[in-house]
Design a protein around this ligand. Structure first.
Ligand SMILES: Cc1cc2nc3c(=O)[nH]c(=O)nc-3n(C[C@H](O)[C@H](O)[C@H](O)COP(=O)(O)OP(=O)(O)OC[C@H]3O[C@@H](n4cnc5c(N)ncnc54)[C@H](O)[C@@H]3O)c2cc1C
Length: 281
């Protein structure tokens, strides 16, 4: 609960929402699904601005870019974007939480709450997602925050460029149970440049204490040695440590999870490693 909440606003206009959020005299924050905000019990929050009437819940594609409004619910991603990016977005959204939470929580709230190591956070990074933020002309690559932070600002949309040609994607994680939050996770996106030549991006969550580990590299099939750089330059002191996993475990398992994701992404466009019983098509 927000025990010191005194005002609730539900504006229909973005400028009005920003005016309310930027008032110096009363600490006002955006309310999306509220699943993270309400649980924080932050005594400093005195007013909320409900974003649900701002028309930020649309999904559309234009000029090869998929644009998701910040108020698109996680369950909407599951239901409507199963075909996008080989199903990576829908799978990651599905893994975020159970049905009840997914019906309320939004993509904008997830990113604003800084859920970098969450399944959706990892998948969006692998896909090269960018955020549209009020007061900022340039899109901001995820994960990232605008200079000066999000105070008094809103994420209005998340944009993803749709790639042409053969693109394979996959998400893998290790967790205590299949429905638990990941200890270490990886999303891989591979694009065929020409037959036997591919570009790859792998995003790994739960490895670095400071956030996601991103790795871009080229593949001359079947040489996947570019992935070796994933942990090569990591100082063990920089590895995440919490009740879910010790640093040495995370450092050891991250390359395994990343390789699984990479192999699965490759297999989806016909490049199967020998361990999976095939060769490139
Ligand atoms: C039972 C339960 C299970 C959960 N499981 C998980 C889990 O497994 N993994 C996980 O990562 N999270 C989990 N969460 C946390 C939470 O559901 C997610 O972080 C959720 O995606 C937040 O989205 P929301 O729309 O509810 O955000 P809100 O709670 O409304 O907002 C989150 C924060 O972002 C700000 N904000 C919201 N929208 C915007 C915007 N457009 N622009 C700027 N700022 C904004 C808010 O002011 C607030 O500070 C769980 C929560 C619950 C209650």
């Amino acid at each position: 609960m927000l025990y010191n909440l005194r005002e609730y606003h539900r504006p229909r206009d973005l400028d009005e929402a920003l005016r309310l959020l930027q008032r110096p005299e009363i600490r006002t924050v955006p309310l999306a699904g509220g699943t993270d905000l309400v649980g924080q019990r932050n005594p400093d929050v005195e007013a909320v601005v409900d974003l649900s009437e701002l028309g930020l819940d649309t999904i559309h594609t234009e000029d090869g870019v998929l644009r998701l409004g910040a108020m698109v619910r996680l369950q909407t991603i599951v239901e409507q974007l199963g075909d996008a990016f080989g199903g990576l977005l829908a799978e990651a959204a599905h893994r975020m939480a159970g049905w009840n939470i997914r019906n309320v929580a939004t993509i904008g709230g997830t990113l604003a709450a800084g859920k970098v190591d969450s399944p959706l956070g990892v998948a969006l990074a692998a896909l090269g997602a960018e955020m549209a933020v009020t007061g900022q002309d340039e899109l901001i690559p995820w994960p990232g925050v605008p200079a000066g932070g999000l105070q008094g600002r809103l994420i209005t949309a998340v944009e993803l460029r749709l790639a042409e040609g053969k693109v394979g994607t996959a998400y893998e994680q290790v967790a205590r149970t299949p429905v638990d939050q990941p200890i270490v996770s990886a999303a891989a996106v591979v694009r065929e440049v020409e037959s036997g030549t591919l570009s790859a991006r792998v995003a790994v969550g739960g490895l670095l204490a400071s956030g996601l580990k991103l790795l871009d590299f080229d593949i001359q099939w079947p040489d996947l040695s570019g992935l070796d750089a994933l942990t090569a330059d990591i100082n063990p002191a920089d590895v995440k440590s919490d009740y879910l996993g010790r640093p040495d475990y995370r450092l050891a398992i991250a390359p395994v999870v990343a390789r699984r994701a990479l192999s699965a992404a490759l297999a989806r466009i016909g490049y199967e490693t020998e361990a999976e019983g095939g060769t490139a098509s």
